[in-house]
Ligand binder design. Sequence first.
Ligand SMILES: [Ca+2]
Ligand SMILES: [Ca+2]
Length: 234
Amino acid sequence: MRHRAYIRPGVSALGTMLFLFRLAVFLSLWGCSNAQGQTEEESTEEVKIEVLHRPENCSKTSRKGDLLNAHYDGYLAKDGSKFYCSRTQDEGHPKWFVLGVGHVIKGLDIAMMDMCPGEKRKVIIPPSFAYGKEGYAEGKIPPNATLMFEIELYAVTKGPRSIETFKEIDTDNDKQLSRAEIELYLQKDFEKDAKPRDKAYQNAVLEDIFKKNDHNRDGFISPKEYNVHQHDEL
Ligand SMILES: [Ca+2]
Ligand SMILES: [Ca+2]
């Protein structure tokens, strides 16, 4: 079984690291399975959210697929010991990740929904939404551990799987993403970075995207296959 870190390694410096991060987000988004492919264990447990501070001006809140920038500290609920602190990693830079797609443990994906920039929360996450029976990191998080996180959210931006991005890729506006459209988008995306990628690499990425996303194998990626927000109108 694949373990998820509290957050996957991300940006620690500009330049190359930023490129690698963007690529990682991009690829993991394209690779992520859609909702129907995930089976969730029944659980009566729930994530408890306490809002510590909510800015008065809170017009834009976080949704699935948004790119978030946040600091958070993790504690074991049973004794309050701290097992993680984003402020002591990567020279203290807040973490970037995409909300609701499994970049972080499920409990954090739930706990950080509808949050606005500047908001602070304290959340309690039961083991079924964290590391479960197995625990994590050689006992650093013991089996069946309930976790507590203190979260401070800095920024909410549209993620790569937003409806806006779908429209941007769909240049002929037929609500289907063709190979040519995605190829063009990839090319533009790679050109933004300092390191150009060769054609073979681009083709490999393209193949991978279709393998993982074109579920009905019709050679196009539909909005549903792209997994855009259900409530967004195309
Ligand atoms: Ca199209
Ligand atoms: Ca398709």
